[in-house]
Design a protein. Sequence first.
Length: 150
Amino acid sequence: MRASIFRRLLNLWPPYLFSGIRVQSISDDYAEARVALRLRPWNRNYVKSQFGGSLFAMADPFWMLLAMHQLGGDYYVWDKAGSIDFVAPGYEDVYAHFRLEPSVVDELRAAAAGGAKVLRWFETDIVTASGEVVARVRKQLYVRLKPKAR
């Protein structure tokens, strides 16, 4: 699927559509994605900063999606674990940038070549427009080469 169409579909996905999360871009080669979370009355917490669940949701699927598209259909790619470290309150719109380097994709392919499962951690900072870190999200991916049909 073309990245531009996939981006539009993600933006229509109800958890993103109704929470203020917008996928700003996905590169044609699925190596990079940019996501924004607008601060709105319905996604503020009790102290009027970004709701932590929305911060995690904006970063949740992207490492898996980028890896799936770059590795192709011969691999299983799943989220295995995730964590978020809240660094500072987000009192404004925030942004996340994901970049899956070709060398990392090559490493995943090489590590999974024998059919073994591969576990790899990825990290993303969620930042304000001025670059202040609001949260740091870690996601662990499970990658495995699918067995060949006999």
